[in-house]
Each structure stands twice: as C-alpha cells, then as structure tokens.
Design a protein around this ligand. Structure first.
Ligand SMILES: Cc1ncc(COP(=O)(O)O)c(C=O)c1O
Length: 305
C-alpha cells in the first residue's frame, strides 16, 4: 500500500510510520473493532468525499450495535477526515476510520473499555482491477455462508466478522476466481465478501433484501440512481438459479464501486459480456462521484468548502 504523510490517532495527527498499537491491543485478539471504507474523488470543484456523513453515521451505529463506548461523534469524524485530506493533500483515494479497544484489558468482557480511534487515508485504485471494472469479473458461489443473524449482526461493520469474508475471498482466489458470492443459510444469494450484489432480468433490477447483508451505501445509491432513471428495482430473495439465468449481474461497494460480473461457477451470465444496464449504471455512478452531475452534489462532501 502507498503511505501518506499523516494518520489521525486519538486527537493527534501523527506521522504515518508512528501510527502503532501495542501487541496486546484487545481488538487485535478478539476482532472487537468497527470500521468504515470511504472514497474521496477528484472533481472539478476539488476533492470530494462520497456520502461522508452516511459512512460516519454507519460507523457509530456499528459501535452502538456492539455496545462500544466512544468518546467522539460522527460530526467530529467528518471534520477530522476533511482536515486529514487537506493535510496529506489526497485528492483521490480511500479513507479508513477505525474504532477499537486498545491495550489494558484482556478477556472477552469489554465492559469499562472506551474506544480508541484512528482515521487513515491513502491512494487506492480499482479494488478488483481496472480490467475487472471494464470487462467484468469471474465469481464462484462460496462454500462459506454469510453470517446468520442469530450468530452475528450483519448490519454492523465489525472487524471480527470479516474472518468469514476472508475465508470466502481466499477460497475464490485460490481456485482462480476474482470474487466469491456468498449464500445465506438457506442457500439463497446474500452478498459478496465486501460488496452487495444485483442481477438484471427482463430489464428489471433485483437485489437481495437487507435481512442478511450489510446495508451498502453504494447499494442505496445505485437503487436511487436506477429509480431516478425510470427503472424498476426490487429487493427480494435471489436463488442460485435466478443468478445463473440472469441477463446481467454486477456488484456494488465503496472499494469495488460498480464491478460487472460475467460468470458464476464457470457459467457465463448471458453471453459473458458486460450488460447494457450495468454499463449505464456504472457510467452514471462514475459521473456522480466525479462531480459531473449537479443533481447529486448533495452526495458529495467537498473537502475545501
Ligand atoms: C460485507 C459487505 N457488503 C457490502 C459492502 C458494500 O457497502 P458500501 O457500499 O457501503 O461500501 C461492504 C463494504 O463495506 C461489505 O463489507
């Protein structure tokens, strides 16, 4: 990864190489941390962060879901993020806020602990590669299911939960695929390791309900863009058969943005080429994040304003 100059840690901007924690950091052992992934894009009006407020609100909601006591507020984090981006002069890249339990107590009972905080940002290109974004990626249905609600709380971005995503991702990569599509416990499609999933059938767009997936901020944005452009979007169960027989398929996420899926389990989706609606939504999303559509300016937080 490409280092930048500074990272914000518990109230101070510290040099990148000094942003360190003790080896007995609680969250390192038990995954008791919450985090966000956010992107900043270059626009004609200077760098702008996509849906910054929404991401910070989700971060603090994740903390609340795991009963984490936090000293800061989402509003403070919005301000600090913009300050950090100005200080490191990052116009295009990825932002990673983290709330975690530090050094001082071991054991699973986190009562009495107060979250420590950091915000880092660095340049990060297409998560699934430029080629994948352009011509689509190859996926497999994972042998690892997504968390079931009685085991975990899928609406929270908790570090420990991502061991599940790592297993699925590594399994897919090992077998020569780009990404894994994860089933729920009933075998229906839920989401990918760090992305939500959409299919297109007969010009209608379908995505799984939010019961068993992370409620993606990109997911909500895509639903809004499609509806604004007259498309029908339905949130409902997707079976494996629905996926295999889809006309188009794409995934959405802050890191992956809009990435077309052209095959699942070595079966082509339709003719194995990127579909028309996928191309449309990808292009519209690119225009919006790069500040080329005034109608959606409210989704952008301009860093220098
Ligand atoms: C499991 C999972 N699903 C979906 C997403 C997409 O969410 P968003 O669009 O808010 O980045 C992410 C990324 O945060 C994720 O980790």
């Amino acid at each position: 990864m490409e280092a930048t100059k500074l990272i914000w840690m518990d109230g101070k901007f510290v040099p990148w190489e000094d942003a360190k924690v003790h080896v007995l950091t609680h969250s390192l052992h038990y995954g008791s941390a919450v985090f966000e992934g956010i992107r900043v894009y270059d626009t004609p009006k200077g760098p702008a962060v996509f849906k910054l407020k929404e991401h910070m609100e989700r971060l603090f909601n994740s903390a609340k879901i795991i009963n984490m006591e936090v000293k800061n507020t989402p509003q403070e984090f919005v301000k600090i993020t913009k300050e950090l981006l100005q200080k490191i002069d990052l116009r295009d890249g990825y932002i990673r806020p983290l709330l975690y339990y530090g050094y001082g107590k071991m054991g699973l009972d986190s009562k009495g602990l107060i979250a420590q905080a950091s915000i880092a940002a660095w340049p990060w290109g297409a998560y699934l590669g430029e080629e994948g974004k352009l011509n689509g990626i190859k996926t497999k249905i994972s042998p690892y299911s997504r968390h079931f609600p009685v085991a975990n709380l899928n609406h929270a971005k908790v570090s420990g939960f991502y061991a599940n995503s790592t297993l699925a991702k590594m399994d897919a990569i090992k077998e020569g695929y780009d990404e894994a599509i994860m089933p729920d416990l009933e075998g229906n499609i839920s989401e990918c390791t760090g992305e939500n999933l959409f299919i297109v059938k007969n010009k209608e767009i379908i995505t799984p309900t939010t019961d068993n997936v992370l409620v993606g901020i990109t997911r909500s944005s895509i639903i809004q863009i499609l509806k604004d452009n007259g498309y029908v979007v339905r949130e409902e169960k997707i079976t494996k058969e629905d996926l295999f027989n889809a006309d188009e398929c794409f995934m959405s996420g802050t890191a992956a943005e809009i990435t077309p899926v052209v095959s699942v389990d070595n079966k082509n989706i339709n003719d194995g080429k990127v579909g028309e609606i996928t191309k449309f939504v990808q292009q519209k999303y690119e225009e919006i994040i790069h500040g080329k559509d005034e109608k959606y300016f409210e989704w952008l937080d301009f860093v220098n304003e």
